[in-house]
Write a protein that binds this ligand. Sequence first.
Ligand code: PHE
Length: 337
Amino acid sequence: MIEEIKKVELELKEHLSNLRSKEDLENFRNTFLVKKGKIQQLFDRMRELPKEEKPLIGKLLNELRSFAENEFKELSEKIHHLQKKETKIDLTLPGRVDYIGHRHPIYQTMERMVQIFVDLGFNVAEGPDIEDEYHNFDALNFPPDHPARDMQDTFFIKSEKKLLLRTHTSPVQIRVMHSMKPPIRYIMPGRVYRNEAISARSLAEFHQIEGLYINYNVTFAELKGTMIEFSRRMFGENLRFRFRPSFFPFTEPSAELDISCFLCNGKGCRVCKHTGWLEIAGCGMVHPNVLKAGGIDPEEFTGYAFGLGIERVAMLLTGIDDIRKFYENDLRVLFQF
Ligand code: PHE
């Protein structure tokens, strides 16, 4: 009998040393600890023993049983603990990042532009996105048959009421003139809308910053000085400038401002389409008819105005070459700026 107990004890220890998983544990329990297990079988055989042997065998069996039970308890705690840990911490999972919102690159660009003009002495005004034909066209000296009024460019809201989505920020010039007397020195940032085919270069919805300065004896030289100073602060000191003659109904004379490409230093690259120049603004001296529409005497005052496209500037500064990328809300793009 003692031999048999030793045998079971050896077997049991062998089992224990190989015990790794929950399945092994269950196996161990079924082999040794259950009612029909090997230890109980030994206990059952005590009945056949002579009386005097019973105490010793009983003691040995009790020891074996409590040893097996203790080991089982310890190991099962260990294994449960390990498995819990394993499911809790998976070191192969990618880390979690908490995203904090930030300003859209278009608004960041707009804020920089606005700040430069504020530093140059301009105030900031805003007008409504939904305009009427009077502010968007008539008061700005657009002839009644001007092609820009056409349905192709303008989103009309209710033709009978002459409401539309403003096609530029210039109507805010009129609103500012109506609300104060010269000297007027304002920039007017905002969203504008045009019924245009969507492409890498143009969207139906974009942003502009309008500028307006009206005072006694305002000259074209002041317009040039302001545009040059703004460009230097925005794009860099070492720029060259080119004012090309242009046409807008609301300015006379009118010009388009080019700056030398600050990416290739004017040598020619993909961004400036190998011309060495970047077109960045429309501008000119406020047309006398516009001053009149604004309630300002053109004999007494003169002024200049300009309009800058914000997406265009943001594209140049970020290197994003497709304007649609700004509006796809792809965080992989937006979080780079
Ligand atoms: N409103 C013009 C445009 O949308 C830009 C402009 C503004 C030109 C002011 C001259 C003066 O293109």
